[in-house]
Design a binder for this molecule. Structure first.
Ligand code: M6R
Length: 364
């Protein structure tokens, strides 16, 4: 049942802390704090490339994984949505890592892209919530996300579980390739272990999120902005809003606004910025200033330090716990998913079963 929550989606949102913790316990040895993965079909220390494919939210998890793997493990990554990847025929060196991400493990396009990658002699590592699925059977290694059954069509906890696995995979490859110092690895791992508590704090911010939901519920269109690793978080926010509230939303890399999308901005278009302090904060800030100068109504998700700098630019600021940059995309996902949920409540839509959508897309 829904355990007293209004919808399965709300119940599943509240499972974020437990699911992140469970998934971490699966891969992190409690005494040595060493990340232990199942046996990999290649030598991680000499691995040269990765190619990632998935659909929908799982694809956004993959985009975040790309930033992590490139930044921390210095592993070159190619990535595309499975419906494109399966017809793209990219040149791939054999013995690379084909990384496939799927909650259900049954998505038709993802499965087809996996088969193509296998034909190109990639070893398939899949990140799956259903370890008894078709994709699981066809993979060389399965990294399980311990998210439990996800019933709402809009994915929530499975997404943060995918990110948790990707963060562990990144740290292991970074370690094997000698691209991260033991100290830095420890800092990242500590931040991950601390995440369930930080996420639980965010889940307490329902009233504040409801206030924001009121600001966007009557909009025709909402723009989400982020830069770097927060750009896919903006995409996740926009997709969730579209799926369950039926409000048009799009995500842009904030620096790309001036190349076109800024023409959309006026007082009627809420601009939601996903912008923790730190790397790229100043850059995003000036992009927001440009939007504000065109009458844009700025709503910012940031931390205490970011809030100070945003106080004259944003009309609403949601101050999230301050966390290490490594785990910020996981933390910031939670309030954007909550916002979509609260907006959908105001719209009175069928939140768990939105129109035209299926939980698992088993046809092309
Ligand atoms: O089962 P999968 O993870 O392969 O599903 C992929 C997408 O269909 C899925 O993430 C979809 O985008 C969700 N409805 C997003 O909330």
């Amino acid at each position: 049942g829904k355990n007293g929550y209004r919808h399965y989606m709300e119940k599943e949102l509240h499972e974020h802390p437990i699911v992140i913790g469970q998934t971490l316990r699966r891969f992190v040895d409690p005494s040595s704090h060493k990340i232990i993965l199942p046996h990999m079909p290649f030598d991680l220390s000499t691995l040269k490339r990765g190619i990632i494919t998935a659909c929908g939210s799982a694809f956004y998890a993959g985009l975040i994984g790309r930033y992590w793997l490139e930044e921390y493990a210095r592993l070159p990554i190619d990535i595309d949505v499975a419906s494109e990847m399966r017809y793209r025929n990219p040149p791939v060196e054999s013995q690379g890592m084909g990384l496939v991400i799927s909650q259900s493990g049954e998505t038709a396009d993802t499965l087809a892209a996996l088969r193509n990658l296998k034909n190109e002699h990639q070893k398939i590592v899949s990140i799956l919530n259903n370890e008894f699925s078709t994709i699981a059977r066809e993979s060389d290694v399965v990294l399980g996300t311990d998210a439990g059954v996800e019933i709402a069509v809009a994915s929530t906890k499975a997404f943060t579980a995918q990110l948790t696995v990707l963060s562990c995979l990144t740290l292991v490859i970074a370690r094997e390739k000698n691209k991260i110092t033991p100290e830095n690895k420890k800092v990242c791992l500590t931040a991950l272990m601390d995440l369930p508590s930080r996420v639980a704090e965010v889940l307490q911010m329902k009233d504040k999120i409801q206030e924001i939901a009121h600001k966007i519920a009557n909009a025709q269109s909402v723009i989400y902005l982020g830069r770097g690793i927060m750009y896919p978080v903006a995409m996740e926010g926009a997709l969730k809003l579209k799926e369950i509230s039926y409000i048009h939303a799009d995500a842009y890399a904030a620096g790309e606004m001036k190349h076109g999308p800024i023409a959309l901005i006026d007082q009627t278009v809420p601009v939601i910025a996903v912008v923790p302090s730190g790397f790229l904060f100043e850059k995003t800030l000036s992009n927001l200033q440009e939007a504000k100068a065109r009458g844009g109504h700025i709503i910012a998700f940031t931390d205490a330090k970011g809030a100070e700098a945003l106080s004259t630019i944003a009309e609403q600021i949601i101050i999230l716990p301050t966390v290490h940059a490594f785990v910020a995309p996981i933390l910031y996902t939670v309030p954007v998913q909550m916002l979509a949920y609260e907006a959908a409540i105001l719209k009175g839509t069928d939140v768990d079963q939105p129109r035209n959508l299926a939980k698992s897309v088993t046809v092309e």
